[in-house]
Design a protein. Structure first.
Length: 259
């Protein structure tokens, strides 16, 4: 704005100089009647407004005003990041002792585990036993129902045969039905030897019983047998034809045990 006013004044000055230095001569009267452009001319147009006060120097800081009324509460902002963990609290007092649990719960669990392991071992043993039993029976024995008849192919008197079967956990073979008698017949026929049966009348003459003491429930005697020839036939033998005959217990016969 100042530069614009300066330009206006310069232009007016130049105009006055040009007017006063004109080569055309005039009388002094004319000179006296001539008005200055500045003093006698018509009023000019208003200039541009000056700059506002904001461009001035910053005044001194005013006194702090009174605290205004509290505004309404704004919306809750998003949660901030978790702060660092606080210090550990003091250790609490030891609690009172609880009620005693029922006795035997842990023992029961241990017992169940032991029983399960035992059953697994028994199954393994049973599987192995069945495998070896099949091999064993195939070579030297017969299986009928729940019984297994086994021989070693050797001959002994009745007392020795009874002792050997008992030591092995069995008894001298004693058929209690036709199927068992047939199985024993196959064994004696294979070895072509007669065998003792676990049947005697050692305790009561003429009353034959099993070696366990029970009265016999099945028999397959030859005709006219038993006859107690010479008064000393207290044991029973099985012939290769499957028939029974009473014989002396001191004779040696094929050993067949039952399990």
């Amino acid at each position: 704005m100042q530069s614009l006013q300066l330009s206006v004044f310069l232009m007016l000055g130049m105009f006055i100089i040009i007017a006063t230095s004109s080569p055309n001569p005039q009388s002094s009267t004319e000179k006296d009647n001539t008005c200055s452009m500045v003093a006698c001319g018509a009023a000019g147009a208003n200039g541009l407004p000056g700059r506002d006060g904001r461009d001035g120097r910053e005044g001194p800081k005013g006194e702090k005003g009174d605290l205004g009324l509290q505004g309404s509460r704004g919306l809750q902002g998003p949660p901030g990041k978790a702060g660092p963990a606080g210090p550990a609290g003091l250790k609490g007092d030891k609690g009172s002792m609880g009620t005693k649990g029922e006795k035997g719960s842990s023992e029961d669990n241990g017992m169940q585990l032991a029983v399960r392991l035992m059953n697994e071992q028994l199954r393994t043993l049973q599987d192995n036993f069945n495998k070896f039993k099949k091999i064993f029976i195939f070579s030297i024995g017969k299986e009928v129902g729940r019984k297994i008849f086994v021989t070693n192919g050797l001959e002994y008197d009745y007392e020795t045969a009874s002792r050997m079967c008992s030591r092995a956990g069995g008894l001298v073979a004693s058929p209690k039905n036709a199927d068992e008698n047939l199985a024993l017949q196959e064994i004696v026929s294979k070895h072509d030897k007669r065998s003792f049966l676990g049947i005697t009348d050692l305790h009561t003459e003429g009353t034959f019983k099993y070696s366990t003491g029970g009265t016999i429930t099945y028999s397959n005697w030859h005709s006219n047998e038993p006859n107690n020839d010479k008064g000393n036939e207290d044991c029973v033998e099985l012939n290769t034809d499957g028939k029974w005959n009473d014989t002396s217990c001191t004779n040696k016969k094929l050993l067949i045990c039952e399990f």
